[in-house]
Structure formats: C-alpha cells, structure tokens
Unconditional design. Structure first.
Length: 441
C-alpha cells in the first residue's frame, strides 16, 4: 500500500504466490490488516507495553455499577464488493465489553478470520461470568491479563489472528475503605476505548477523560500487535508461547475510576483511524444531551453506535466540494470493516443482580469477603502502587506516554494529553481540571 514502505514479510511474500497477488494487495490502500510475524511482535513488546492507572476520587454514594451497552458493526461497501468477510466481533454484557478485529489477511490462507475473535470473546464472557460471580467454582478474578490469557488458551485449536480491547467493570476495589468501582482495560493492537464524562456536572457536556492508544509495530498502520494462532503455511516460527508473551509483556493495561453516567465508546481501528475524538464526542452529545432520560435505552445506544460507524464510512467519500474529509489516518480515511460499542455506566439494579446470582448475567464479588487495592485488582504484575495514603487526580499523565500514534495524524492534546481533538478546541486550565475532573453529581 502507498503508506506502507516496509519490505513484505514472509506471510505477505507467500500471499503473492498463493491467493491474492501482491499487485492486488498494493491496490487496496489502507484496507487490509497484515499478519505480524513472531519475531516482529516479540521485538516490539517492550515499547508497546503499558501498565497504568487513573484514579479520580470524589465522594459518591456507595453503589454497585454495571455496563448498559449496545453495538453496531458494518462491512465497508468497498470491502464487501471485493468479497472480504467481516471479521469484527463485539461483546456487551453488564460487566464486560469487548471488540475483537480479526486480521483479514488470514483469509488468503483458507482460514475464516472471524473464528478466533468470536471464540476469544465467547471465552472472555464465560470466564468473567465464572470469576466475577461470588462463590464461583471458576476461580477468583485476578485481573484482565490472566483472564485474556486463559481465554486464549481455551480457544485452542482455533486458528486465526485478532486485535482486542476488553473492559471489565469490577466493584470490589476499595480506596480509603470505600468501594471504588474501577474499569480495567486491556488492549492488544489497534482497537481503542474512549471514556466520556460530565466533568462539569450533570448540566454539562460529556467530555473525553481517557483514551487508550493503538499498538502498531514500528508505527506501521497495517501491522498491529495481535493475538494469533497460525500454522506453518503462514509462519513456521509461530507458537502459542509467542501469543502468551504478547498478552503478558506487550498488552496495554489501564485501570480507570468508574462513575455512574460515564459513557464508554469502544471501536475497531475502522473507528479511531477515521474519527477524531471530538467528532465522536459530538455524536454522543447530540443524542445524550443534559437532561436526557438516564439510563438510556439500549436502542438509543445502538443508534449512537450506528451513527459513529456511518460517519466513519463517510470519511472515505468526497464531500460536496469533491474534497476528501480529514481523518486521523489521513484525508480519505480508511476503507475498513467497522464495529463500535457504546455503553453507559449505570447502577446495578436488583433485577440484574438476581440474574447474575442465577448464573445468567455477571455480578461483583461480595465486598465483605475481601478488600482489593488497585494493585491487586490489576493482577498483572504492573508497577501500580495505589494505597489508601495516596491520591490521584483525573488526567494525571495516564495517556501522555510515548508512542508513535500508530501512523495517524494527531490534533491538539487537551487536558494532560489524554485524547485527540481538533486544534480549535481550547485547553482547560490546571485549576479547572482539578475542580471539574472530580465534580460528578
């Protein structure tokens, strides 16, 4: 592709000899995702790994929280016309949200690119139900890394390769002896997650307060870090131990305070390569205005997800003046399958809790049985030393870490560098952030 100057990998060279000719691959700019070979992945783990926390302490009534979400996905018409199968998979449950984006190049070796992401998210759902339910025989929840590792191991012998972002809402964390619900986010590759919050009170707009970053090998837009299980046709050096290393040493893990009314937006690279964060926030705010009934109906959240996906696809078409719209990846965006999850953080009501007890939906562990610090909650050996004696402010450099941006254009960094916005947006002062970041009514 025109934006990819690296030499072809083993899998890409073989692709030129079987299935799709290399000339045809080059004619599809910004569309396909390439399989990343074992050595390329292992050499990038240290640079891509993240172990970070973002705590915002405010006084709120102790209550159990859960996700209320919906999703929408659509194959880009250009890819559909070329016979490409949609390999995006989403997961929406009260305690776990997920997006997995299957690597499309796998199809050229006769492997269904959607099988591994489907199997992986199904296993994540099952394990979270077993581990987050009290008195469960499935074992104790130890954090997102052990959960994803076990889920991947349980998918054997399914072949494929996928990127992943997973969010787990856990109510057992305590700070200063008080319940402090947290969202643990683990991402591998170029799916992303964005958290919006009414930081200036219930009458204010939903503002971006946290965003993950893409993990792309050497910043190459078509070779994200990925979870893979392949045979000798694709990479003779690959084995499951490589993927376990990717999960344990290359994943990005973030621990974020959760408050009632937060909105979580998750998407495949087709979302965040095409849409700036302020554009996503504008779509959400156009629907979830101050005073809108809360919690929102799932149909409303699904409609927001659909608007985001449609806006992503519109970025690949010229506007009325014949000019291609601007996008983080460049003008004209990226022709890609696109999936989006939109969820509100809401109070866990009795009916849902009863379903969790019955084994249908999930619920949190008994808070009286154990007290977990944020460090224990991560369960990933992270350098994460939150204690009852330490306070953390919202936006304290969590997202302002090194990274290439995955080959995408960056707009002005507001509020501590946590999100990407249009350059016309103004930054709040430090004092405003300290006040607003913790002012959730």
């Amino acid at each position: 592709a025109s934006r990819c100057s690296r030499a072809p990998t083993h899998a890409q060279r073989r692709l030129g000899r079987r299935g799709l000719p290399m000339a045809q691959v080059r004619s599809l700019p910004r569309t396909g995702t390439f399989f990343a070979e074992a050595n390329n992945q292992l050499n990038s783990l240290a640079a891509l790994q993240r172990r970070e926390q973002q705590l915002a302490e405010v006084y709120t009534k102790n209550k159990l929280l859960c996700f209320n979400g919906a999703s929408y996905q659509k194959t880009h018409p250009v890819k559909a016309a070329r016979g490409r199968k949609d390999a995006d998979v989403t997961l929406c449950t009260p305690c776990v949200l997920g997006v997995a984006d299957g690597v499309s190049q796998i199809e050229d070796f006769g492997i269904d690119a959607s099988l591994l992401p489907k199997d992986l998210l199904r296993r994540c759902e099952i394990l979270s139900r077993e581990q987050l339910r009290p008195s469960s025989r499935g074992g104790t929840y130890r954090g997102p890394i052990p959960l994803v590792r076990e889920a991947f191991e349980d998918t054997s012998p399914t072949l494929g390769s996928t990127t992943l972002v997973l969010a787990v809402l856990d109510n057992s964390t305590k700070i200063h002896g008080k319940m402090h619900p947290m969202i643990a986010v683990i991402s591998i590759g170029d799916c992303e997650l964005l958290v919006l919050r009414r930081i200036y009170g219930q009458g204010g707009r939903l503002e971006p307060v946290f965003q993950t970053e893409m993990q792309r090998i050497d910043g190459h837009v078509q070779t994200p870090l990925q979870l893979a299980r392949v045979d000798d046709r694709i990479d003779p050096t690959h084995h499951d131990g490589i993927t376990i290393d990717v999960i344990e040493r290359g994943s990005a893990v973030h621990c974020i305070s959760a408050y009632e009314g937060d909105v979580v937006v998750m998407g495949s690279d087709g979302v965040f390569d095409n849409m700036f964060v302020d554009e996503i926030a504008e779509i959400v705010n156009a629907v979830l205005r101050p005073g809108t009934p809360f919690p929102a109906d799932e149909a409303v959240l699904a409609a927001i997800a659909r608007r985001i996906v449609e806006a992503c696809h519109a970025k690949t078409k010229p506007d009325a003046s014949g000019r291609l719209p601007d996008a983080p990846i460049g003008r004209g965006g990226k022709v890609d399958d696109t999936s989006c999850v939109v969820a509100e953080v809401v109070e866990l009501i009795e009916e849902v809790a009863e379903e969790w007890s019955a084994g249908g939906r999930r619920r949190s562990r008994d808070r009286d049985d154990e007290e977990e610090t944020t460090e224990a909650f991560l369960g990933c050996g992270a350098v994460c030393n939150a204690t009852d004696q330490e306070d953390f402010e919202l936006g304290s450099g969590v997202c302002g870490v090194g990274g290439s941006g995955g080959g995408r254009k960056q707009r002005t960094q507001p509020r501590g560098g946590c999100v990407r916005r249009r350059s016309s947006d103004s930054d709040a002062s430090d004092d405003d952030e300290d006040r607003g970041g913790c002012n959730i009514a």
